[in-house]
Design a protein around this ligand. Sequence first.
Ligand code: NAD
Length: 341
Amino acid sequence: MAIVLGKSKLTMNAKQARIGVLGFGGLGQAAACVLAPKSEMILVAAADKAGFAYANDGLAAKECIENYQARGSVGYFEPFGTLSNHSIEDLLDGNHQVDGYFLALPNLPNDFIPSVTKQFIQAGWRGVLVDAIKRTTAVEQLLAMGEELRAAGITYMTGCGATPGLLTAAAALAAQSYAEVHQVEITFGVGIANWEAYRATVREDIGHMPGYSVDVARAMTDAEVEALLDKTNGILKLENMEHADDVMLELAGICGRDRVTVGGIVDTRNPKKPLSTNVKVTGRTFEGKISTHTFTLGDETSMAANVCGPAFGYLKAGMQLHQRGIHGIFTAAEVMPKFVK
Ligand code: NAD
């Protein structure tokens, strides 16, 4: 993973948005690297299960990652780190100045991210939250909190990774050519060198396989996950997944959720994508023609690039809404992401 760290990053700039990343596994670390060369955003907080780090003038991605990988937590990053089994609560108790957080947390159990969101509301924190949450039922729990979030002064952007996220937004855009949308078919290919780099992602994907559930996948030991992957040669084939692209497109008024399907192949032993990630949007034009738009991601783009880029783009969009006094919850299908410089 390339780590770019310009010296200027660690110098405060009045225009920079102050960002926290919660969860410092595969996506959290990639998020820190994505932020490092940006001038509009600066990483000031990071948290994992065993601790957190906060630095008023910015945290260096490299040192956060070194401490996490070598010692197991960003909490070891001296002098900025704190070890804690309640890292999110303790970070929020510090009343640090953080404008927006990317929740790169596992959603295990299925109400974990909604419960973290409640912590933000209870702490009286105001700002912007973005997630890359995947399940329909998880997004529905968050949508139900819309009024509470609005009253708390929080602008929450949900489903803002790759799928849901980038591909859902692409479907919303593609739909504009049609008078009626018949089908949205999302097919993803993910290649990762080893499953340990993205434990939560792999566990959550296993939860979609026939005979498994979120709770079963969550309870599996690492050895059990490895035994399963040994049986499948490291490949997970996923069909008809419960993915929030459906509720997001329905809510945006594009098509009923029954017209949206999501599936894919994850190779946990090879960074090369097993297939090209794409979304096909089929519909009828006003002239009565049936056609399909296809949006295909470049094979060289990693899952991390396609999740973290959109997440920060939506965080920036959420910040602009927040500044205009618009609070509550929004999905990736109803707001355009902004490009973070
Ligand atoms: P991971 O297992 O690599 O890392 C999870 C991190 O969260 C770890 O640092 C862990 O210490 C931390 N954590 C766990 N419990 C915590 C707690 N109570 N408090 C603070 N930190 C805690 O996870 P990952 O593979 O990077 O995945 C993160 C999330 O991203 C998953 O929910 C996954 O589904 C989601 N994801 C979304 C997309 C998308 O396109 N929408 C794609 C990939 C992954």
